[in-house]
Design a protein around this ligand. Structure first.
Ligand code: GLN
Ligand code: ZN
Length: 764
């Protein structure tokens, strides 16, 4: 008999019920009981959906974040969140979201816990805050309540917790002390938890240790052995779950830990299955994650059965099957997508459909393929249709790609030469000022867009509105005295969706929401086919903007790597090939902009860093193709056309060479919050091109002073020659209000003026 289970289910709800309940609660419109009731209803619904499985997870549900839940379970709560007089949920949300000064009885405000990406996904967790004197104590009530709820449902369940090593690894010490030194203090709390679970009658426990798919040094490997040995004699049977990658050097370690089962992500570590079976002691179960929990494509059930059947022969009852990881990373239910293109729709599976697939695989293993013949046939037909579809393969795109050969995508001349031509053309002052692209997305802009999308406003009226917005934005910038202007991006709601909607090969869902953090969800577009640009996407808007001013107008595009990293990407060819197709489409747009007389073009690569593989050993390969794709998109222009790029993520020191290799004439980056410390890397590394280290933190409503921005730029000028510096905000201004943006940019322009006085105003 094959056992089926899941590692976790999306908790946000088919209609994003959890999001809306949370936000109402935070606004004071929904009392705590009602919020908790919504959460309980969602859990009940998700349990019903998962009831065909042998084991369903419990405790994977979270009101905000599963890592924060684990921190609370371990009694690791920052002091600033503890306040007498309010309930445990208040402290929880205080850490999750922070509290502005004056928001409640406290006057100083509480800053939110730091948030960062959960492995290589787009989910963000709250970083556990640790220090040498962290102490832990078990706070099991919230988990026990979910367990009691699950017991009442009378269906086998397994609680889910994050293992001690992964939890520590995700944490940060505020005093720089080594996290592993806390392990001896942490383990007694885990022991106590395991004992409590046994007392509750729990039979199986899922312990997530995804850190086992990263490169661990021997200290961490040794800590794994010690920790799991120390926990071996208490608690329920446990399955150690790994996901998002292969075990690599940790394979023997993972197989030798004293637990009762191991879960392997077969979508990414299939090549290790044989080695794991050979190494894993025979009394352990092996769970294979054969359905991709990170993507939305139908599984090739026949191919998976070809793979599983011999393993089933070998393992018998020891074989469990599951999705590769928690289904948190995919949308809930394809059935909600009533407006999706019918052809594309039949190629997809969201969380609910993935459970059907799992069920079908289990039936086939238990009773033979004949028992599910109809389902297998339907699945095979859908996949064959996808493979044969003219929408997936476009011969013209393929030819262009082939013609590219291994062209590295270099500009015609080196940067120094281009810079000279560009100086002659634009005659900008030193410390030129610019912005990152978007200006405030006012309620009026959103309303007009909604009206247009819903057909209440016709194309002509909408275009007239956007043109007027552009004109307003240009005139504001002229009044402010900025040097290189932008059109303001009023026509875009999202930097990927705007382009995706104009490209062939992309589909969009209505309800395909995936949790990004807390109540925040994203709706990644689906990149299903060869990418083709039928016509210009931005040229009319930018040409209009340029016609309104004598200053250079920056054309604004999203780069191929960011398009890729923020989409659900087709799984039938390497990501690098898909990225190159995107690069060719963007390159066409770049050339059209150039032909329309636009001299400065920015290609945003906000998500470049996000695509880095989990293992450092694999970084270079990714960077090689990603950076090349960027260059291919940008390189076809003349020397006197200035290419800018923008990257949000502040930590780029470790990939600085790759960034330099993008060879953008100007790069703007996020630095203001780190006090320019990020620029330390430029002391050892001679960055060759121009750079705009953001001096205005657009994530904050504060209006930066002239002095603060001058001071930041002076710090930058100590590391980068003044003639290569630009003055700009950290990121786009779309989330801010005009009342904030106007004075902030006025100060920024004044700061540039003072800098020119200090440094002399030789033309950059
Ligand atoms: N050009 C985009 C904007 O200004 C860049 C956004 C981003 O980097 N995330 O909004
Ligand atoms: Zn940005």
């Amino acid at each position: 008999m094959t056992t089926t289970h899941t590692l976790g289910f999306p908790r946000i709800g088919r209609q994003r019920e959890l999001k809306f309940a949370l936000e109402r609660h935070w606004r004071g419109e929904l009392p705590t009981d009602a919020l908790l009731q919504t959460a309980a209803d969602l859990r009940a619904r998700h349990a019903r959906i998962q009831s065909r499985l042998d084991w369903m997870p419990v405790g994977d549900f979270s009101l905000y974040d599963q890592v924060l839940d684990m921190s609370f379970l371990l009694g690791c709560v920052p002091d600033r969140a503890q306040r007498s007089g309010d309930g445990p949920l208040d402290a929880y949300f205080r850490v999750a979201r922070g509290r502005a000064a004056g928001d409640d009885s406290c006057c100083s405000g509480v800053h939110a816990g730091e948030m960062t990406k959960w492995f290589d996904t787009n989910y963000h967790y709250i970083v556990p805050e640790l220090s040498a004197d962290s102490h832990f104590s078990l706070n099991p009530q919230p988990l026990l309540e979910q367990i009691r709820e699950a017991k009442a449902r009378d269906h086998a369940f397994k609680p889910v917790i994050i293992g001690p090593l992964t939890w520590l690894w995700l944490g940060k010490t505020t005093d720089g002390s080594p996290r592993l030194e806390l392990l001896p203090r942490l383990l007694p709390v885990y022991r106590e938890l395991l004992q409590r679970l046994t007392d509750e009658g729990v039979l199986w426990l899922q312990i997530d240790e995804p850190v086992l798919v990263t490169e661990l040094d021997t200290t961490w490997q040794q800590a794994f052995r010690e920790a799991y040995t120390a926990l071996a004699d208490v608690g329920p049977k446990r399955i150690l779950t790994t996901y998002f990658g292969r075990l690599g050097d940790n394979l023997e370690l993972a197989c030798s830990l004293p637990v009762h089962g191991l879960h392997l992500d077969c979508t990414r570590a299939r090549q290790e299955v044989d080695a794991v079976i050979d190494t894993l002691p025979e009394d352990r179960i092996l769970s294979l994650g054969v359905i991709d929990g990170r993507n939305i494509w139908k599984t090739d059930l026949t191919a998976v059965l070809d793979f599983l059947e011999p393993l089933h022969q070998r393992l018998g009852k020891r074989l469990w099957i599951a999705p590769s990881c928690s289904l948190l990373h995919v949308p809930v239910d394809l059935d909600s997508e009533t407006a999706l293109d019918e052809e594309v729709r039949q190629w997809l599976a969201f969380a609910v459909q993935k459970l059907d697939e799992l069920d079908c695989l289990a039936e086939a293993l238990r009773y033979g393929r004949d028992s599910v013949q109809g389902r297998l046939q339907a699945n095979a037909q859908a996949l064959a249709a996808r493979r044969a579809s003219g929408r997936v393969r476009n011969p013209q795109v393929r030819q262009r790609l082939a013609a590219l050969g291994d062209d590295p995508g270099r500009r015609r001349s080196p940067h120094a030469q281009r810079a000279q031509r560009q100086r002659e053309r634009f005659r900008l002052p030193v410390f030129p000022t610019t912005t990152i692209g978007s200006f405030p997305q006012t309620p009026e802009i959103r309303q007009q867009r909604r009206g247009w999308r819903e057909g209440r406003i016709d194309d002509t009226a909408y275009a007239a509105f956007i043109r007027a917005e552009i004109a307003r934005c240009v005139s504001e910038q002229e009044q402010l005295g900025l040097d290189v202007l932008v059109h303001g991006e009023a026509e875009r709601n999202d930097m990927v969706e705007y382009f995706g909607e104009q490209l062939e090969g992309y589909a969009f869902t209505r309800h395909g929401w995936v949790q990004s953090y807390g109540s925040r969800c994203v709706k990644p577009p689906i990149l299903y086919g060869d990418i083709h640009r039928p016509g210009p996407m931005t040229v009319d808007w930018i040409r209009h903007a340029q016609s309104l001013t004598d200053k250079p107008m920056k054309g604004m595009l999203t780069g191929p790597v960011t398009m890729l990293n923020w989409s659900f990407v087709r799984d039938d060819q390497p990501r690098s090939a898909t990225c190159l197709q995107l690069a060719l489409a963007i390159r066409d747009e770049v050339q059209d902009l150039e032909a329309a007389g636009i001299g400065v073009i920015q290609i945003d690569e906000a998500a470049l860093r996000e695509g880095l593989p989990l293992r450092r050993g694999e970084w270079q390969d990714y960077l090689d193709w990603a950076i090349r794709a960027f260059r291919i998109s940008a390189n076809a222009v003349r020397d006197e056309t200035q290419i800018h790029t923008h990257m949000c993520y502040s930590e780029f020191n470790d990939i600085i060479e790759a960034i330099a290799d993008m060879d953008a004439d100007v790069i703007t980056i996020e630095t203001s919050r780190s006090n320019m410390e990020l620029l330390d890397v430029f002391e050892d590394f001679e960055y060759p091109n121009a750079i705009g280290p953001g001096v205005y933190d657009i994530h904050s409503p504060n209006i930066p002073s002239v002095e603060s921005m001058v001071a930041l730029m002076e710090q930058a000028a100590q590391r980068i020659p003044a003639e290569r510096l630009w003055v700009n905000p950290d990121c786009g201004l779309k989330t801010r209000a005009w009342e904030e943006v106007r004075p902030a940019l006025a100060n920024m322009v004044e700061a540039a003026r003072q800098l020119r006085q200090r440094h002399g105003s030789r033309a950059a």
